[in-house]
Design a protein around this ligand. Structure first.
Ligand code: 5GP
Length: 118
């Protein structure tokens, strides 16, 4: 499987589709999900071309990996979710329910979001 550079998040990174940005640096972009599943629902995506969490973890450089996860934490801070908590999840391929084939982490919060899948 190869990276599809026409996916929606690749287009958002190229500025072809607008987004509501929460945080951005050289490694990552965080923005609000267009169809929120919780009062706060953000997506954090790396700026490199990675399809899912395994592709990213195995093939990104150390600086990219550190920068991405620090961007996740900075997004949590920007959203003021640190005190009450949140869920961070990454859907992967068909059984994981992944729709957009560019690695992303969902951050869900703003209310108790329950335990795992239900
Ligand atoms: P996945 O199912 O791949 O883990 O999640 C993809 C997420 O991207 C979904 O929650 C969906 O609502 C969100 N999404 C899809 N298209 C867009 C878009 O154009 N803009 C934004 N902000 N979110 C999108």
């Amino acid at each position: 499987m190869t990276y599809d550079s026409h996916n929606i998040f690749a287009r958002i990174l190229r500025g072809e589709i607008p987004n509501k940005t929460i945080y951005e640096d050289e490694y990552a972009l965080a923005f609000h999900d267009i169809a929120p599943q919780a009062p706060v629902h953000a997506l954090v995506i790396p700026k490199g071309e990675f399809m899912d969490v395994c592709d990213f973890s195995l093939n990104a450089g150390a600086a990219q990996i550190a920068g991405f996860w620090q961007a996740v934490a900075k997004t949590v801070t920007a959203l003021e979710l640190e005190q009450n908590g949140f869920r961070a999840i990454s859907n992967c391929k068909e059984h994981g329910g992944q729709e957009v084939p560019h690695f992303h982490v969902h951050i869900l919060g703003g209310k108790p979001v329950g335990r795992m899948i239900s």
